[in-house]
Design a protein around this ligand. Structure first.
Ligand SMILES: Cc1ncc(COP(=O)(O)O)c(C=O)c1O
Length: 301
């Protein structure tokens, strides 16, 4: 599962700070905080049939992450919405697109990690690309467990959706080395946390389980699946889950904006049951599909 270049993205326009630039001109300064220290926060959003799915929830998470990192000038909801609308309109994207929304602490007067060096204000980047879900959701994906642990609040709180992604990138490198699509990451107590890029769920005896959101990102797609379970009267339990429980599940799937709901077929060389829990998975997936058509910010163009 290696993404490839999509020719339709050759001439896209990208919003940076306060205006749009052609892809070839879209750049940030070498003094920008994201270059200097990964000092930025981000969101991935998806566009379905003229709507930005769960837009408000994503913007709240972006702003809360920036507040935790003590950014001094967090753009308000209206500013972000206008920037996103402007970018999507310039690219005529109303469906099948993905937005990488980044807010950096901005440009520094000189290199250094001290946020007091950031005197020019934060920098919003709206990178919208034509991008289909990145996993093959019909055949599923394989995982291996990485030796890299997911950060817990003891080290760096995963509830901050920040650009310091080395933790996840090292895990992804172990997946690449081991010939798997992605890496399963454990928390500092050895329980399953999430993958390097998605949340994880398992189904056992018609009940769904997902790790407590202590070390994993409380993903928006994860939240939607939990809500669907509630409205469909399906029991959903959030607790510590061990690898052994995942190996022996009736079905395992990942969730995320990038890939939606994706079945897992193998973990650490063990075939995962994709039959017993399939019906329940298909039910959750079909409710999710319906929501993508009805929930979110309508595009004005
Ligand atoms: C580490 C990690 N886990 C899970 C997710 C899925 O989150 P969401 O459902 O909000 O896209 C992401 C997405 O950014 C992620 O980076």
């Amino acid at each position: 599962m290696l993404q490839t270049f999509d020719e339709r993205n050759e001439n896209i326009f990208v919003f940076i700070k306060n205006k749009l630039y052609h892809r070839s001109e879209a750049k940030v300064s070498v003094f920008d905080s994201s270059v200097q220290g990964g000092d930025a926060v981000w969101e991935g959003l998806r566009i379905y049939a003229g709507r930005i799915f769960c837009f408000d929830t994503h913007i709240i998470r972006l702003q809360e992450s920036a507040r935790t990192l003590c950014f001094s000038d967090i753009p308000d909801f209206e500013f972000i919405r206008n920037a996103v609308f402007k970018t999507l309109e310039a690219n005529m994207m109303r469906d099948g697109a993905h937005i990488r929304l980044t807010l950096t602490r901005g440009e520094k007067i000189t290199s250094g990690m001290d946020p007091r060096l950031n005197t020019k204000g934060s920098c919003l980047i709206v990178l919208a690309e034509w991008k289909n879900p990145v996993y093959d959701n019909s055949s599923g994906i394989t995982l291996i467990t990485s030796h890299i642990r997911r950060n817990s609040p003891q080290f760096l709180d995963s509830k901050i959706h920040h650009n310091n992604l080395l933790n996840n990138i090292l895990a992804k490198i172990s997946a690449n080395g081991g010939g798997a699509d992605d890496a399963l990451m454990l928390d500092d107590n050895g329980f399953v946390s999430e993958t390097n890029a998605t949340n994880v769920f398992m189904i056992k005896n018609n009940c769904i389980y997902t790790p407590s959101a202590d070390s994993c990102l409380p993903g928006i797609t994860r939240g939607i699946v939990i809500e669907i379970a509630g409205s469909e009267n399906i029991s959903c339990i959030q607790r510590n889950i061990s690898l052994s429980e995942f190996y022996n599940a009736d079905f395992v799937f990942t969730t995320g904006t990038m890939g939606e709901l994706t079945p897992v077929t193998k973990i650490d060389g063990r075939d995962i049951d994709t039959v017993n829990g399939r019906e329940l998975f298909m039910r959750l997936n079909s409710c999710f599909r319906k929501l993508t058509m009805t929930v979110g910010e309508l595009l004005p163009f």
